[in-house]
Ligand binder design. Structure first.
Ligand SMILES: N[C@@H](CCC(=O)N[C@@H](CS)C(=O)NCC(=O)O)C(=O)O
Length: 254
């Protein structure tokens, strides 16, 4: 079997990632026990060598190039069905899909806004994350990344809102998630972990990074149902945002 390689935007150290869709793929690979290595990219131009869309994650697997985190997870499920991330029951499967799509297409963009558009978020990204990039990328990348994120957010719609509205709506999303979990089944779509949990956890893990997003970390911390659910997820899967002592994502504890 040829080596499996995850092409990603890197994180604070080691094999971590600051990209939720990349984190989703990390988590799925770990959960399914697929050995893999990572290759960090420093610009969309480099990413285009692997994916004409210029986006990560890209998974190089058995001679094939797979793109888009949701499509990659679907393909991993087909190739490595055990343990499953996609429920068999059609109603539960539909919920898991809706949750994944909502996390990817709604929740994710609030995080992107607070990281790149908010002045304070951008300042932290520049000083605490991007200073690790090699020179001269370190000087150029923050401004380019901010402009690209702003443009994408305006097309998507979140970028047309004020910071105040974005933070309020993000809080409402957290309330909705916490409300779903309080007194409910242990995972977002029911009794078992699904790809929906991975997609939501991938975004909330980034929002929980004290160093980069202390306000959103506090927002998560004051909702016990979310904290408990994240702990449950990370008993099975690494938190890819958070470096362990060895600089690798924190290993599963369960
Ligand atoms: N829906 C895609 C989104 C991928 C995505 O937006 N990746 C970001 C990194 S978090 C990216 O590559 N952005 C660069 C760009 O849009 O030019 C997925 O789930 O894979």
């Amino acid at each position: 079997m040829s080596e499996t390689r995850l092409i990603q935007y890197g994180g604070l150290t080691g094999r971590t990632s600051l990209s939720p869709p990349c984190a989703k793929v990390h988590m799925a690979l770990v959960y399914k026990g697929v050995p893999y290595r990572t290759r960090n990219m420093f610009s969309p131009a480099k990413v285009r060598r692997y994916n004409p869309r210029g986006r990560v994650p890209v998974l190089l697997h058995e001679g094939e190039t797979l793109v888009d985190s949701s499509d990659i997870l679907t393909e991993l499920e087909r190739r490595f069905p055990d343990p499953p991330l996609f429920p068999e029951d059609p109603k539960v499967a539909a919920e898991a899909k809706l949750i994944e799509d909502w996390a990817d297409e709604v929740l994710y963009f609030y995080m992107v806004y607070m990281r790149w558009v908010d002045d304070e978020g951008f300042r932290r990204m520049k000083s605490s994350a991007m200073h690790r990039l090699p020179l001269p990328v370190r000087w150029i990348a923050p401004g380019i990344a901010r402009r690209a994120a702003g443009k994408r957010l305006r097309y998507q719609g979140t970028g047309l809102k004020s910071g105040e509205v974005v933070r309020r709506e993000f809080g409402e999303c957290l309330d909705a998630l916490a409300g779903r979990l309080e007194g409910g089944p242990p995972f977002l779509a029911g009794d078992a972990l699904t790809h929906g949990d991975l997609a939501v956890a991938a975004v909330l893990d980034q929002c929980g990074l004290e160093l980069l997003m202390p306000e959103t970390a506090a927002e998560i911390a004051r909702r016990p149902a979310l904290v408990t659910w994240l702990e449950r997820v990370h008993a099975l899967l690494p938190n890819v945002a958070l470096p362990g002592e060895d600089g690798k994502p924190t290993p599963p504890t369960g």
